[in-house]
Design a protein around this ligand. Structure first.
Ligand code: NAP
Ligand code: FE
Length: 374
């Protein structure tokens, strides 16, 4: 991972010298959180006399067209760096904007048509949620205009050049966003361990991520909503670990399956991934029974279970309780959702490949009218 990642309280001030020397700084944020979290002020305090322009129009699940538009503004501003301050939405947006700003002739859809004439501008990431891990990978999840589809752009030059992960900035998060973003980070770690392209290093980060995030979520589920500094530190660190893990492996089916629930039913991204975790574990346990010679899966499942530190059934109850989603959909709607995501490559990355029919069945068990007979 070619990013320089600084972690801890006060890291921006402590590394101020890294942030001087830019001429025109283009800052990408959502409406409120960059200011509310204190991250924007902390950043502006250290950039010396640089010119800056703030683009604060990034909404949750950022639209490709909005990032394209922002790219033009950054080009006109002659930006020499793009800074994403906020949750995964502004940071992912910053990655796309950095490419558009360097290639003003590009149309929005060209984001998915490499090679590109010019490399993206350098990106700096300052997360204010503890969830996506976007600060540690090159993924940028865009929502395609008018299509209700999310599509990931990734480019080996789209890693943040530097990331400043200061858990202080997550203290202003409402409890519901804290929960959802932590569930996202936990999903990254769990899903990463169940991809066949995991490595010893990605497995280590995924397992560590689970072991720091899950106990904090269990505390919250046990109605301890006063989140301590230590808990915030753990959640930010776990999210960073999850981002590093999926940088190697990508995610499994809960991510694309969740996109339909986020875009069509407003379920926040982390919760939308969380509701599929029970199926993810179930399917891999069944697969392990059928393929006892697959040592890698057996080892990864064992590591995963150990990392949770409680019986998996208990952990899944906590996850379902926090995700708190009970809507049910008709078979026809589910078929439409399967159609929208069936080409996404996360379905091929898990140990057991997931067919179109499997996707339909999983939806039926989670948000349809079928029960899993175990
Ligand atoms: P988000 O969409 O960036 O933000 C969610 C909400 O939280 C927004 O209303 C935001 O407000 C608010 N918020 C953020 N930080 C806050 C703070 N410190 N205090 C108070 N409010 C705060 O949430 P996210 O879950 O971090 O990002 C989700 C996006 O990332 C999705 O598009 C998802 O697909 C993508 N994603 C990317 C990756 C990756 O690897 N790159 C992985 C998973 C998911 P403002 O609007 O005011 O900012
Ligand atoms: Fe995610």
């Amino acid at each position: 991972m070619p990013s320089e990642v600084f972690f801890g309280r006060g890291v921006i001030k402590q590394n101020a010298s890294k942030l001087t020397g830019y001429r025109n700084v283009f800052i990408v944020t959502g409406k409120k959180s960059a200011k509310k979290s204190g991250a924007l002020t902390a950043f502006l305090e250290v950039i010396g006399g640089a010119n800056f322009q703030i683009y604060d129009n990034i909404q949750e699940n950022p639209l490709l067209s909005v990032c394209h538009e922002a790219g033009k503004l950054a080009y006109d501003f002659e930006a020499d760096v793009i800074v994403g301050i906020g949750g995964g939405s502004p940071i992912d947006a910053a990655k796309a904007i950095a490419l558009f700003a360097a290639n003003p002739e590009m149309l929005p859809d060209d984001l998915y048509k490499p090679p590109f004439e010019n490399d993206p501008l350098p990106i700096i990431a300052i997360p204010t949620t503890a969830g996506t891990g976007s600060e540690a990978n090159a993924y940028s999840v865009m929502t395609l205009d008018g299509k209700n589809i999310k599509k990931t752009y990734t480019n080996e030059k789209s890693y943040p050049k530097m990331s400043f992960v200061d858990p202080t900035f997550t203290e202003s998060l409402p409890i519901e966003v804290t929960i959802s973003t932590a569930l996202d980070a936990l999903a990254h770690c769990t899903e990463s361990l169940l991809t066949k392209n995991s490595t010893t290093i990605s497995e280590h980060f995924a397992a560590e991520g689970i072991s720091v995030i899950f106990p904090r979520l269990a505390q919250i589920a046990g109605s301890d909503e006063n989140i301590s500094e230590e808990a915030r530190d753990d959640l930010s660190l776990g999210a960073l670990y999850g981002g590093i893990a999926i940088n190697t492996t990508g995610t499994c089916f809960p991510h694309p399956m969740g996109y339909n629930l986020t875009l069509n039913h407003g379920l926040p991204h982390g919760k939308a991934c969380a509701i599929f975790q029970r199926e993810l574990i179930y399917i891999h346990e069944v697969y392990r029974e059928k393929h006892p010679s697959d040592r890698k899966l057996a080892n990864n499942l064992d590591l995963l279970f150990r990392s949770y530190g409680v019986p998996m059934s208990e952990a899944l109850d906590v996850i379902d309780y926090l995700a708190d989603y009970n809507e049910k959909f008709s078979d026809d709607l589910i078929r439409l959702y399967v159609e929208r995501i069936k080409e996404v490559k996360s379905f091929a990355s898990s140990f057991c490949e997931i067919s179109e029919e499997d996707i339909f069945d999983i939806y039926k068990h989670v948000v349809g009218f079928a029960n899993r007979t175990k």
